[in-house]
Design a protein around this ligand. Structure first.
Ligand code: PMP
Length: 380
């Protein structure tokens, strides 16, 4: 199989597994919150991991709250940091885990405002400034660092500055961008940042919410005192350790890996676009290094992938393949339902090879040519 779905989940880096294994053994018993030597050993390992996570996004270690992933981090940020009575302003292309908080936010009295994006999926800082100027109270703004479906990056520092100028707080879902060294929380003025372990070579089931010092956060659960009560629950030592090593590796290799993976992405685009006239690229071409989203009107992308079970890629219906609706992201970019239906998302990653890219392109091109009975002019 050719795995080009790294944006849904990236493979566990071998060094991450090596670092985790000892912490999964019986010898590593010890609640990291317990006051004895086994507990302290686990707590020390978690503290070291916390420092690696913080370093990846340019934040102080004390700012890192471990969560089960970016979904929980987004929920914690939105439901925990919205100012009483203040509005929540989200971009229309946020991940479902952020957009899904809207009904609960409204129920709690926060007006929810969705910001439109341009044809590449970018939020205009002036539009955000206009929206915030109309709010009677400071708002919580949530705009992702880079989009998981089309790869487009947002002008984070500008958006955060506009938010600060109005006394608001700025949250960014950096689940996709962080592993490529694209996020500097302190330098960019970000108050809250969501991260996910399994998007950057770490294990599934762990992530973090990075919380700026001055940001008041309401805890989601009334009980349990771990992590200053802000995200209670016993921390999973092995998962935290693995996440930390993945962050260290990502930081060490981000620049070189980003260049190499972006070159592979551009090669895949070159192959596909040369053979498939009418193929269109979704999102900004300078987005996430591993993201290539392409649309071919008339194509049934889900059908195509069903016929290519050894090619792991995604369609235009977001991260989960059982969503039949065209993705809200492609619709926000102004794509028609037909284009969304004909969208394929390839997610390249650090382990992707040039040979895999060539083979995947050949498979897709052959399948599209074969799938159109009168030759593929039909679907141009
Ligand atoms: N935000 C973005 C941008 C994502 O791509 C994802 C994963 N699809 C998530 C949040 C959810 O992350 P997790 O799987 O860690 O809950």
């Amino acid at each position: 199989p050719i795995y080009l779905d790294h944006l849904a989940s990236a493979p566990l880096a071998p060094a991450v597994l090596d670092a985790m294994l000892p912490w999964l053994s019986a010898a590593a018993v010890g609640n990291p919150h317990a006051a004895h030597r086994p507990g302290w050993r686990a707590a020390e390992a978690i503290d070291a991991a916390r420092a690696e996570v913080a370093a990846l996004v340019g934040a102080p270690p004390g700012a890192v709250l471990f969560t089960s992933g970016a979904t929980e981090a987004n929920t914690l940020a939105l439901l925990g940091a919205a100012a009483p009575g203040g509005a929540c302003v989200l971009s229309a292309v946020e991940h479902a885990s952020a957009l899904g908080c809207a009904p609960e936010l409204r129920r709690r009295g926060h007006p929810v405002i969705l910001l439109a994006v341009d044809g590449d999926g970018r939020v205009d800082p002036d539009r955000l400034a206009d929206t915030l100027a109309r709010q009677p109270a400071p708002a919580l703004v949530s705009i992702m660092a880079a989009n998981n479906e089309v790869g487009t990056r947002q002008p984070l520092a500008e958006l955060a500055a506009v938010t600060r100028a109005r006394g608001g707080r700025f949250h960014s879902d950096a689940a996709q961008a962080a592993g490529w060294g694209m996020v500097e929380a302190t330098a960019m003025g970000l108050d809250l940042v969501s991260l996910s372990g399994h998007k950057l070579g770490g294990p599934m089931g762990i992530g973090a919410l990075v919380v700026g010092e001055a940001v008041p956060l309401r805890p989601p659960s009334p009980g349990g005192g771990q992590q200053r009560g802000l995200r209670p629950g016993t921390l999973p030592t092995a998962l935290c350790v693995g996440f930390g090593v993945a962050c260290r590796l990502a930081r060490a290799h981000a620049a070189a890996d980003a260049r190499r993976v972006a070159a592979l992405r551009d090669r895949l685009w070159a192959r596909l676009s040369a053979a498939l006239p009418g193929l269109r690229r979704n999102g900004a071409p300078d987005g996430l290094p591993g993201c290539l989203s392409v649309a071919l009107p008339g194509l049934d992308a889900a059908d195509l992938l069903l016929g290519l079970p050894d090619l792991a890629a995604a369609t235009g219906s977001a991260c989960h393949s059982d969503a039949a609706e065209p993705s809200h992201v492609l619709r926000a970019l102004g794509r028609s339902a037909e284009e969304a239906h004909g969208t394929l998302r390839f997610g390249l990653g650090r382990t992707t090879t040039a040979e895999e890219v060539e083979r995947a392109a050949a498979w897709v091109i052959a399948a599209i040519h074969a799938g159109s009975p009168d030759g593929f002019r039909d679907i141009m």
